[in-house]
Design a protein around this ligand. Structure first.
Ligand SMILES: Cc1ncc(C[n+]2csc(CCOP(=O)(O)OP(=O)(O)O)c2C)c(N)n1
Ligand SMILES: [Mg+2]
Length: 643
């Protein structure tokens, strides 16, 4: 039998009954629909959502990029087993989603985007907001979403909806394929009616099977581990998504192999485990980086090996170092010429543990690792210890938030100097690895608040602590209004250091004196008040050529207040701790505004990140930075040798 429905009605009814199953647990795949309406979707998806209010609960958003971030935050917190639909109008609403889609795809998080599209019939061409490309009549702005989508399609005839919707679900629910999926809906097709077969509208379950490793690959990996003298595990996000944190701990306890973590994998092993070395790579701990330098066999589990993890291929220095990669995605499993163990992380770790029998890493290596882990835990205690500085050090703010978060709280962050500091300093305490949510695949300024909303929607029983810098806050405060409207409780710690501390420090390290990384009045770049348009430099001691570091009088807390958030201000660590305690009992979004010292960074540990420096320059500091760059590049390895 069939039913006559519009394309949009059929799609909404279809999406509402999609379910996902893993390990026998079944749940609804779409929590609801986020959206902003315009002429491109109001009569299509908008009409359908209104007609079936129980199908996909609707949440209006304020900015299309941010609504995709909400979906990504949600999907990550739910281990990619659930997400949101995002509906936008045609034109700018659709292109606003490009950044959100890229973030989801880079981080391998499922989100379904339904941008409106221009008329398939081409009757009123060019419709409002339509791009016209003289040489190609099939292009619309939605084609910008192709490179950032794991699957892209356009429903140009009503009947196409059925295969398109099934393909979209296949990609969204496949852990190796997942990312942003875009289904563009021409506004005339969305309202067109067709005979929809009943089977299309019936509940459908997408099962995530845990893929086992190939037996011969497993045997080879075990042989490599038995022969290794200095084996090291690198845990990525895949460990957490696969629910493999307990399997990881069992593996480590049995083998004595230490673990370090990527940003997405941070918290895969609780920080108080004796073999937890914490962050590795460019933002890594000295403990992890020393072990990484000497390791002769590196087992990456669920990691995409970003340049931060490998310190731009300088982290692993042993000339004979080899890699084993446990990953569901072949693109990651083959990286660094590693032995590819294409498998689910949990199944592979269990299988490898069994295959290894009672084998343990050399005890001297295990002992060295736990000594390093212990020493670093002590160092962290000192670094985050509260002082009485005003403005506060970022490290003490992290310490206070970490204490407030306890075992169940979740910290959310994405860009600036915070991710590196959090990676090093945060003590991860949740056994499932769900307490640390730093989006560092795309490191997108503006993700923090919407991402935090997504996390809270996914885990309403957990306290969510968004940590956001002033620069990132300005990039995307809009969803504070959404949190107010939907009564979503979040604690947002807004760290105002009056500029881009991270990029300022990077700029200084490359000889460019913090150029353009501090806010100034237009036409008075050097801040000396004469309006001569000098260069906006930022030197910590005020001694740079500009010499003045006066901030613009921006009150971000007042901005948050005007959007309806409750605002608490804290001037020192005691006040911050009191505000964190008070925030717990308040409803809706609470913004705790703190001022932090732009120059009081966390002690570095000689790790490196490849940022190219001008090969020629008349500026002596740049020329010196280039020389240093060339020396550093000498530490870069190719990782081309197969195991
Ligand atoms: C959308 C976006 N634009 C630009 C960047 C590059 N970028 C990375 S950090 C940063 C500055 C962040 O400033 P703030 O949030 O104040 O953090 P701070 O560096 O001061 O800790 C910039 C511009 C980015 N990551 N994302
Ligand atoms: Mg800042």
């Amino acid at each position: 039998m069939s039913e006559r429905l519009t394309v949009a009605q059929a799609l909404v009814r279809f999406l509402a009954v999609q379910e996902i199953e893993r390990d026998g647990e079944r749940s609804r795949f779409f929590a609801g629909a986020l959206g902003i309406f315009g002429h491109g979707n109001v009569a299509g998806i908008g009409q359908a959502l209104a007609q079936y209010p129980g199908a996909l609960p609707f949440q209006p958003a304020r900015n299309e990029q941010a609504m995709v971030h909400i979906a990504s935050g949600y999907a990550r917190q739910r281990n990619r087993l659930a997400t949101w639909v995002c509906t936008s109008s045609v034109g700018p609403g659709a292109t606003n989603m490009v950044t959100g889609a890229a973030l989801a795809t880079v981080n391998r998080l499922p989100v379904l985007l339904l941008p409106g599209d221009t008329f398939a019939t081409r009757r009123p061409h060019p419709v409002l907001q339509q791009l016209e490309v003289a040489h190609d009549g099939t292009i619309s702005v939605n084609d910008c979403l192709r490179p950032v989508s794991r699957y892209f399609d356009r429903v140009s005839r009503a009947e196409q909806l059925i295969p398109v919707a099934l393909e979209a679900m296949r990609v969204l629910t496949d852990p190796a394929e997942t990312g942003a999926v875009t289904v563009a809906l021409p506004e005339d097709v969305a309202v067109e009616a067709f005979e929809v077969p009943d089977e299309f509208l019936e509940p459908r379950v997408w099962t995530v099977y845990r893929r086992p490793p190939a037996p011969d690959a497993l045997a080879r990996a075990a042989a490599l581990l038995r022969a290794a003298e200095r084996p090291l595990l690198v845990a990525g996000g895949g460990v957490i998504y696969s629910g493999a944190t307990a399997a990881l701990q069992e593996f480590v306890d049995q083998t004595g192999i230490p673990v370090c973590e990527t940003q997405a994998g941070r918290g895969a092993l609780r920080s108080d485990h004796p073999l937890a070395l914490g962050a590795v790579g460019a933002t890594g701990t000295p403990a992890a980086n020393r072990l990484a330098r000497d390791a002769d066999l590196v087992v990456g589990v669920g990691t995409r090996w970003s340049d931060f993890t490998t310190a731009s291929k300088s982290a692993f220095q042993d000339p004979a170092v080899r890699f084993v990669n446990i990953n569901v995605a072949s693109i990651d499993a083959v990286k660094h010429s590693g032995l590819a163990l294409e498998a689910d992380a949990r199944v592979a770790l269990d299988a490898l543990r069994v295959e290894l029998g009672g084998h343990r890493a050399p005890s001297s290596w295990t002992a060295a690792a736990s000594a390093e882990a212990l020493a670093y835990a002590d160092a962290v205690r000192q670094i985050v210890a509260p002082g009485d500085e005003r403005p506060m050090r970022q490290a003490s703010v992290i310490g206070a938030v970490n204490d407030a978060a306890g075992e169940r709280g979740v910290v959310v962050c994405a860009a600036g100097s915070l991710p590196g500091d959090l990676h090093k300093l945060w003590r991860a305490r949740d056994p499932d690895g769900k307490g640390y949510h730093v989006e560092y695949g795309y490191s997108c300024m503006g993700y923090e608040i919407p991402g935090g909303i997504g996390v809270r929607l996914a885990a309403p029983d957990r306290e969510v602590f968004v940590m956001v810098g002033d620069g990132s806050y300005m990039m995307g405060p809009t969803e504070l209004a959404t949190a107010v409207a939907e009564r979503i409780h979040l604690v947002i710690v807004l760290l105002d250091n009056h500029g881009f501390a991270s990029i300022g420090a990077l700029s200084r390290s490359l000889g460019s004196a913090g150029f353009g990384t501090i806010y100034r009045r237009s036409g008075d770049g050097d801040g000396d008040g004469d309006g001569d348009g000098g260069v906006a430099l930022d030197a910590p001691d005020g001694s740079g050529p500009a010499g003045v570091t006066e901030a613009l009088p921006i009150d971000l807390a007042a901005n948050a207040e005007s959007l309806g958030a409750t605002v608490l201000r804290a001037g020192d660590v005691d006040e911050l701790r009191a505000a964190l305690a008070r925030a717990r009992d308040l409803s809706g979004p609470v913004v705790i505004a703190v001022e932090t010292d732009r120059y009081a960074g966390v002690p570095g540990d000689e790790s490196w990140w490849d940022v190219p420096v001008a090969e020629v320059s008349e500026v002596p500091a740049v020329a010196a930075a280039r020389e240093q760059y060339e020396r550093d590049r000498g530490r870069q390895r190719s990782y081309l040798s197969p195991p």
